[in-house]
Design a protein around this ligand. Structure first.
Ligand SMILES: NC(=O)c1ccc[n+]([C@@H]2O[C@H](COP(=O)([O-])OP(=O)(O)OC[C@H]3O[C@@H](n4cnc5c(N)ncnc54)[C@H](OP(=O)(O)O)[C@@H]3O)[C@@H](O)[C@H]2O)c1
Length: 401
């Protein structure tokens, strides 16, 4: 049986997951592809770390030139970290005529546009399912399964670490710092967690989706990137009493010719699909003109979920080589947020506009604003403001003790 030869760039969590999954699912791959999938080379940075890896027929190297020199290589999987050297390496293997599958969201968010053009010029395919939502098949759902529908908006929980922290803070009542430490102990957060908790990781994934749907990324002025570091357990408990939950959400849409990508904390009511997306889970809501809202939930990271996305891409690549390219249609829509919640540690909050007081204590006020949000914020610069997603029934004002 003939083989599809694969090189892995990187042999950490993702690289090893791909290697093991190819091994454990070889029979299935052969059935689907009619060919064996064979890893013939692995690139790492530090050979010493991998001195116990000895597999016949697999070249282990720290020299990228060795990968480029492989005579019969069809697919290169990028599972290394950061923009460089990943971007440079992928350009070289694309020019060599190899298909590429990447998990590297930071690199792809910033260089995806040029890599896709280069891949087209060289008649190869680039798969990037693993860059968004780990094992959730969001890219292929948009690319392959929504051929008639026009995509109007995406809302997505794309960072499992942030979702784990927000969920745990609500359930356990601990502070942000204590919960972050717990996430690190459980392996849900890196030792340097800033990419996750400052909203960068989710933002990069939003940019990848923008590139996919609109063929370009938004201008800086129509983007927001805010993390969850300012969400206190007090905020979380106060809104929880009103039946609202914090989520870190990426919202992507196009209005008046401009693409908007917001990566920020927001509140969801029990009516919203993300209300039940708890812990490290990710969730993606695709709003379209025909089918309406489609919701995909699942593990957004991890060794085998990410390997799953990469293997599915390898299969898809082999199908796409002979197929016509798919086109994604979108529809300008605008964000439909019409409710905001303001949390203030003061009772003398200035409210000259359309607002409803949801709850009040001697020191704190929670306001539901439906209009004039920018003016309200200008007059109350210390108040924290969050978009409220999902239908919300305003009940009579509550007194918080
Ligand atoms: N982990 C996840 O759940 C997940 C999910 C989706 C996407 N991703 C993305 O997948 C990529 C890999 O993540 P990971 O968690 O597997 O990272 P990791 O465990 O830190 O592994 C990174 C691998 O890349 C190698 N590497 C780093 N710099 C290199 C260089 N300059 N040249 C050659 N090799 C180099 C490292 O080599 P050494 O082993 O020698 O150090 C290591 O094997 C990242 O871009 C990440 O954002 C990860």
């Amino acid at each position: 049986m003939s083989c599809i030869n694969v090189a892995l760039l990187g042999f950490g969590t993702v690289g090893k997951g791909v290697y093991q999954s190819i091994d454990s699912h070889q029979t299935r791959l052969e059935k689907v592809l009619g060919k064996r999938v064979k890893v013939i080379a692995v690139l790492v940075e530090n050979l010493e770390k991998h001195k116990n890896f000895k597999e016949e027929g697999v070249l282990l190297t720290d020299r990228f030139e060795d990968i480029l020199a492989l005579p019969d290589l069809q697919v290169v999987v990028d599972a290394i970290v950061g923009c460089e050297p990943g971007n440079t390496y992928l350009k070289k293997v694309i020019k060599k005529g190899c298909h590429v599958v990447t998990a590297n969201k930071e690199m792809f968010a910033q260089h995806g546009e040029e890599l896709i053009v280069l891949a087209k010029e060289n008649h190869v395919t680039i798969g990037f399912e693993a860059t968004v939502g780990g094992g959730i098949p969001v890219i292929q759902t948009i690319k392959q399964l929504l051929q008639v529908n026009r995509v109007k908006k995406i809302e997505a929980i794309l960072n499992g670490t942030s979702n784990f922290i927000l969920t745990s803070m609500r359930k356990d009542g601990h502070s942000f710092d204590v919960t972050l430490e717990l996430a690190q102990q459980n392996g849900y957060a890196e030792s340097d967690p800033s990419n996750d908790i400052e909203g960068y990781d989710a933002f990069y994934k939003g940019l990848v989706l923008s590139q996919l749907i609109y063929g370009e990324t938004p201008e800086n002025k129509t983007t927001i990137r805010r993390g969850i570091t300012n969400i206190t357990s007090d905020f979380i408990q106060r809104v929880n009493e009103l039946g609202l939950r914090f989520r870190h959400i990426v919202t992507l849409y196009k209005a008046s010719g401009q693409i908007y990508c917001k990566s920020e904390p927001a509140l969801v009511s029990s009516e919203h699909p993300f209300y039940q997306v708890e812990g490290v889970q990710n969730g993606v809501s695709i709003y379209t003109d025909l089918v309406g809202n489609i919701q995909l939930n699942g593990p957004g990271a991890g060794m085998f979920p990410t390997a799953s996305a990469i293997l599915e891409d390898i299969i898809q690549i082999n199908r796409e080589v002979s197929a016509e390219p798919s086109f994604i249609e979108f529809q300008e829509d605008g964000e439909d947020t019409s409710n905001w919640v303001l949390l203030s540690d003061k009772t003398d909050i200035k409210l000259p506009y359309e607002t409803k007081v949801l709850a009040r204590s001697d020191e704190k006020t929670i306001i539901l604003a439906t209009d004039n949000i920018e003016k309200i914020l200008t007059e109350n610069p210390l108040a924290s403001c969050f978009a409220l997603k999902g239908a919300f029934q305003h009940t009579p004002e509550k007194v918080i003790i």
